[in-house]
Design a protein around this ligand. Structure first.
Ligand code: NDP
Length: 501
């Protein structure tokens, strides 16, 4: 895959800021809650092409005026009325056009085709629709001669539900677009702190020189959501946490932590290094699955002192579902850098709090000279927090102040809170960065086809192993830190979660 992509930096789709943006599924949740606010913020920051036009496409019969009203309402809701700048808002709304299209019907594209024929041909298409429509949209755009070498296409997750289905989607896209024109979103890659990981690792020799199995005991990546299913029970139940979270977000974070330094900060170099990591992930076979993986499902519990229903008692639930709402696993990367350093991944719904963090647990000193009763705190930890606020914190050991304390140790943080250290800068939402980079044609923050497929291959193999081994589904009460078995699993390997069970 890297070969077909090797000339991506020179491709016609790269490097030029788009003049036209077509948003399919423009009235959906993602578009109204994330994409329209992102486009407004980019406009306000004067990062869009002056002549950029935005075509909103959905199937509802509304006028352009009604679209603008709806978008203004959305911006008030998600950005805040007092945060909107009147002249930026007026300029942004002027860019908006609407076209009603039933996306499965070829003849419905005629009007869109006529409108786009008058627009600048460098178009970025954003597919914020169910993936089942990708094939129709690409095919009909092709038939309408609306795809050229300068076109780009942005697609949302999920790219399939396993390796075979992801290949089908990728094959369909490849019929009409070159890989250099395809931008697969994983919105975690647009987060400020994930970008900062690149700076932290590769701009600071202090960290990079010790970023390996000799110094790092284990790595933990935890993504805890405090919400449950939020009215999407049917959708979620078909996926589960492995396919909805691990295959994409957690594995992307793992790649950013584990990859070797890219030779340049280009899309090809970065993605080649991520692919090497994905290729080096050891399969988790049936005989190891019980010691490396825990599945859970939340039961009735309490969240913020209020009763919270279990997964099977949520609205629209099928009460016999065995879908996992929690997963914890131990991954191993078979490379020189990481041999013997496990990566523990953990993600769940309806947990005690919403937190996403990567924790680098450093090895203790080979010879320990302090109070033996404190030996368990004698490990440095680097805590890279993505949610609820973005920060990087290094836990160092210092001496408790005062006399007569016999050199008692304490853990203190060297703390970088980006909201404070860079308080003049607003931390942009991930979608702002991703939309801008897609408009610019920079693929570094987007997932290449081989990455998606290798991630599916690894996840499919693990799912197969857990079904064959008939791995049990453990209960955990809504509002807790997950099943006790997840803590037991990591303890059997001599480690513990930073936020313990
Ligand atoms: P919604 O169901 O809220 O919106 C879907 C949009 O697609 C609507 O505008 C709808 O038009 C349009 N649409 C659906 N079918 C047709 C059709 N046959 N012809 C024309 N338009 C159609 O979905 P979301 O916004 O939640 O999600 C969109 C995509 O983004 C999905 O792939 C999802 O997996 C992905 N995603 C969403 C996230 C989110 O936070 N919502 C997060 C990550 C990924 P109309 O309104 O006129 O019916």
């Amino acid at each position: 895959m890297s070969d077909s992509n090797s000339s991506d930096e020179q491709s016609a789709a790269q490097g030029l800021l788009s003049h036209s943006f077509v948003l399919f599924g423009a009235l959906g949740d993602l578009s109204l809650r994330k994409l329209m606010p992102a486009l407004y913020q980019l406009d306000h920051a004067q990062l869009l092409n002056e002549d950029l036009k935005i075509m909103a496409v959905a199937r509802s019969a509304i006028s352009a005026g009604e679209l603008k009203q709806r978008v203004e309402h959305t911006l008030n809701q998600y950005i805040g009325e007092d945060q909107l700048n009147a002249s930026s808002l007026a300029r942004f709304l002027k860019r908006l056009y609407y076209c009603q299209v039933e996306l499965t019907q070829a003849r419905d594209y005629d009007e869109l085709k006529q409108k786009l024929a008058l627009w600048h041909p460098q178009i970025t298409y954003y597919l914020a629709t169910p993936p089942s429509l990708y094939k129709d949209i690409c095919q009909h755009l092709h038939q309408a001669n609306a795809i050229n070498q300068q076109s780009r296409i942005v697609v949302e997750k999920p790219i399939g539900h396993d390796l075979a289905s992801s290949k089908l989607i990728n094959d369909k896209l490849a019929l009409y677009f070159d890989e250099s024109q395809i931008f697969r979103i994983d919105h975690y890659l647009g987060k400020e702190t994930v970008q900062n990981l690149i700076a932290l690792r590769f701009a600071n020799p202090l960290f990079e020189s010790q970023w390996n199995h000799q110094y790092i005991d284990y790595v933990e990546i935890s993504v805890a959501e405090d919400v449950g299913i939020e009215g999407r029970w049917g959708y979620f139940d078909k996926a589960g946490q492995m396919r909805d979270m691990v295959q994409n977000h957690l594995l992307q974070l793992l790649c950013m932590v584990a990859m070797d330094p890219p030779s340049q900060l280009t899309a090809t170099s970065i993605r080649d290094e991520k692919v090497k990591v994905l290729r080096s992930l050891k399969p988790i076979d049936q005989d190891k699955i019980a010691t490396q993986l825990v599945l859970g499902q939340y039961t009735d519990g309490q969240f913020q002192h209020q009763p919270a229903p279990g997964y099977l008692n949520e609205a629209d639930a099928n009460t016999s579902s065995s879908t996992e709402t929690f997963i914890a696993l131990r991954a191993e990367i078979a490379t020189w850098r990481w041999a013997g350093t496990p990566f523990y991944l953990r993600t769940g719904k309806r947990m005690a709090s919403k937190v996403t963090e990567i924790i680098i647990h450093y090895k203790p000193n080979s010879h320990y000279i302090f109070d033996p009763s404190q030996a368990d705190i004698a490990q440095n930890k680097l805590i890279i927090r993505l949610q609820p606020y973005e920060s990087i914190s290094l836990q160092v050991l210092t001496k408790e102040q005062g006399i007569g304390k016999n050199m008692r140790l304490r853990r203190d943080p060297l703390h970088l809170d980006f909201a404070q250290t860079q308080s003049q800068a607003r931390i942009p939402d991930a979608y702002e960065r991703l939309v801008l980079e897609a408009l610019k044609g920079n693929q570094s923050l987007f997932v290449r086809r081989d990455e998606v497929e290798l991630a599916w291959q690894w996840c499919d193999q693990i799912r197969q192993a857990w079904f064959s081994a008939e791995l049990p589904l453990e209960d955990y009460p809504a509002g807790s830190n997950g099943p006790q078995q997840a803590c037991d699993m990591i303890k059997t390997h001599g480690h513990r979660w930073y936020e313990d069970c």
